[in-house]
Ligand binder design. Structure first.
Ligand SMILES: [Zn+2]
Length: 718
């Protein structure tokens, strides 16, 4: 359990202020000053040149709904004003950079381009009360901003978020909300995964069946129901004019849209619409996701003509310089029994399917370039690759692939599944996948960005990806998976590894959850951490505007359940503390996952510790003062998160180097996200307040890999 520092304390020129400035992402440089500026109905927006008229109108649009003020746009001096100043070329402002200077009588914003002004406006909004994000006028609110100087620019030029609109269809209005939320976090690339086995979502005028047939699934459709879409017709697609409008909407918010057409695998929705794209063999094998007949034939010349037309249409809709072509998880078996593919392999003297994959991807690369764009693909495209160095790679399989791609001098987007896949669960027992890892907020935030010079040259940025199977029920699940993890990703992308997690978490708890709430985002509320210390319930409430609700009979708490008071005697609320369940309730509205009483943590392991251990034994020192209750008689070894399992063979406990307890397993006990803990009953008075304790856990197998765990003790007798 971490106890948080209460506020940011900034010391400048001998004056110290504690303040409520909680910005996400954290600016590069910030200086808090004495005094405040207050927005009033007399505040005008002034511009240094007529070319900033659009920026002024945008700022007015952002500030008006909640304040209800007029914000007249002027090219003159007023007593209370927001002044937008176009930077001189000599000031050498970077793209997207800005300066924000809040003084008692004036706010001055300087930038060299519209993206810089846009980013400054987002920071300005965060300096105001969170109600600024609401759609209705909030009367009686004082719109005060602390005097401050900020100089800011992004670490990475690519700060992305992906949404899979194939497995689940989201309408255009939802995509606009997604864009609005990205903009608040200064994210600037919206990656739309437009096609996959479960649905084709983009209108292609030359091939109307792609959306007439391939966009729908259901009992009487060519595509079968999947991912909970049930016994009804499910699906949809975006017309080209809708997408063009969305591109414009995003551009006004400093966001580019990256379209993805996933080939040659993940193409069941194409195959049911135009079966002639498939190989001629009678292939019955399945892809990783269990889908058969979903791969484009690499031997039919006609297929490349069709893809030329499709990519040509895509290129006219999206102005972004990249087109993502997927290239992941191709089931090569489909090509093995096909006469067209065999002929292609023979002609080119290929012996491996990855060579045919490279042939396919290279052909697509030429097509993409012909239409004036650059290609991007998932990192599998680099296997046996002869691709152009301009082709960019989105790394997902592991963070090691980042270095491999950089070594080959390709532009890289960092997006490893075990850190940045937002469909992974956020905690044990919660909704979401866990095949790559459990990804709590802290794990995502703690990702170490590469710093070597080659990486600095080739890494364009980072991206969070949300695959969408099973997210539509309940409807808020998409937002629950995204936030607050996308806030953490935005800070990594904008500010790099600048702050600590506890500092980030504190800004989130103190202010940023309020902003998410005002924007109407159904985010994941962090669960409470409640302990029993000397018979009393104790917690440290970190989240503002929240309460802790509980039950004492193992039923799930609701927002109407009893409110827990700090220092309450445990005996007065429950005969057995094991039956107490708790949740955080935010603003009487959002509820956290349900948890029980937190046990004492006496040790933990992490990848560093595993790597350093010369043997298979992980030795964990236990500090006696950490054992608050010497009667603890249960030892729990708990897997927290990571991308690999740990197999435990033996557990030994030592007091002052003498063995006091041992437990061996004939068959090693596997600890991983599906089977996260072992619970062991210890002898009476195993631990006492004196003595030095150590736990040795002997593991076999993959103990060098990325896994985190804790050792807890608990008192089962009350
Ligand atoms: Zn074929």
């Amino acid at each position: 359990m971490k106890f948080k520092i209460l506020c940011i304390l900034l010391v400048f020129t001998g004056i110290s202020y504690s303040s409520n400035i909680c910005l996400i992402p954290q600016p590069k440089e910030l200086k808090i000053l004495k005094g405040n500026f207050t927005l009033t109905n007399k505040t005008s927006i002034n511009i240094s040149t007529i070319s900033l008229t659009n920026e002024a109108k945008l700022l007015k649009k952002l500030l008006q709904p909640a304040t209800g003020f007029d914000f007249t746009v002027l090219k003159a001096n007023e007593s209370s004003k927001i002044y937008l100043k176009l930077a001189k070329p000599s000031e050498s402002f970077a793209h997207e950079a800005y300066k924000l200077d809040v003084r008692t009588k004036e706010i001055e914003i300087t930038a060299a381009d519209s993206s810089g002004f846009f980013n400054a406006f987002q920071t300005l909004l965060q300096l105001l009360p969170s109600e600024i994000y609401g759609n209705k006028v909030v009367k009686s609110k004082v719109w005060r901003i602390r005097n401050i100087q900020i100089e800011d620019k992004p670490t990475y030029s690519w700060r992305g978020a992906m949404l899979d609109v194939s497995r689940q269809f989201y309408d255009i209005n939802y995509l606009k909300k997604y864009i609005n939320w990205m903009a608040v976090h200064k994210l600037n690339v919206f990656h739309l995964h437009l096609t996959d086995d479960e649905g084709w979502r983009i209108e292609i005028k030359a091939y109307p069946k792609l959306t007439k047939v391939g966009a729908w699934r259901g009992p009487n459709e060519a595509l079968q129901p999947a991912h909970g879409s049930g016994n009804k017709r499910y699906g949809g697609f975006y017309t080209q004019s809708e997408l063009k409008e969305l591109v414009q909407y995003a551009a006004e918010r400093n966001i580019q849209i990256l379209p993805e057409i996933d080939v040659p695998g993940h193409s069941k929705s194409v195959a049911v619409s135009y079966p002639e794209i498939l190989c001629d063999g009678n292939d019955t094998t399945k892809s990783v996701q269990g889908v058969s007949n979903n791969v484009w034939c690499a031997g039919k010349d006609y297929n490349f003509e069709m893809l030329d037309t499709i990519i040509g249409e895509v290129a006219t809709i999206f102005p972004m310089k990249y087109i993502h072509i997927g290239g992941d998880e191709v089931n090569f078996k489909a090509w093995e029994h096909c006469s067209f593919c065999k002929k292609r392999m023979d002609e080119n003297h290929y012996t491996k399917p990855t060579e045919l994959q490279n042939y396919f991807i290279s052909k697509i690369e030429k097509i993409v370039e012909k239409h004036g764009k650059l290609m991007m693909g998932w990192n599998e495209i680099l296997e046996n690759s002869t691709l152009d160095k301009k082709t960019a790679v989105m790394v997902w399989t592991s963070s090691d692939e980042v270095e491999a791609s950089v070594q080959k001098h390709h532009p890289v987007i960092i997006s490893p599944a075990s850190y940045f896949y937002l469909d992974m669960t956020q905690g044990i027992g919660e909704r979401g996948h866990n095949w790559a890892s459990i990804i709590p907020l802290e794990r995502l935030y703690s990702f170490k960005l590469p710093t070597d010079s080659l990486a600095n040259r080739f890494v364009l940025g980072i991206q969070g990806n949300l695959w969408s199977e099973y997210l539509d029920k309940p409807a808020y699940q998409t937002e629950y998976q995204l936030y607050p993890r996308l806030c953490a990703l935005s800070e990594l992308a904008w500010s790099g590894n600048k702050s600590t997690f506890s500092d980030f978490e504190e800004r989130l708890n103190k202010s940023h959850y309020d902003r998410l709430f005002s924007m109407g985002i159904h985010f994941r509320v962090p669960p409470p951490e409640v302990k029993i210390v000397s018979g009393k319930m104790q917690y440290f409430k970190t989240l503002t505007n929240s309460k802790i609700v509980f039950t004492n009979d193992s039923t799930i708490p609701t927002k109407n359940s009893s409110i827990l008071l700090n220092d309450e005697n445990v005996k007065s609320i429950a005969s057995n503390p094991n039956n107490i369940l708790l949740r955080t309730c935010f603003k009487d509205s959002l509820l956290s996952p349900t948890v029980s009483i937190v046990n004492d943590t006496v040790g933990f392991w992490d990848p560093e510790l595993l790597r350093k251990s010369p043997t298979k034994i992980i030795s964990l020192a236990i500090h006696p003062e950490m054992i608050s209750d010497s009667l603890s008689n249960l030892l729990i070894i708990k897997y927290m998160y990571g991308s690999a399992e740990i197999s435990i063979k033996k557990i030994d406990i030592f007091r002052d180097d003498s063995l006091i307890y041992e437990k061996g397993y004939d068959k090693p006990f596997l600890l991983f996200s599906h089977q996260p803990q072992i619970e062991l009953s210890l002898p009476e008075k195993c631990f006492s307040k004196t003595g030095n304790y150590r736990i040795d856990v002997e593991s076999i197998g993959k103990n060098e890999v990325d896994s985190y765990g804790v050792i807890l003790v608990k008192n089962s007798n009350f």
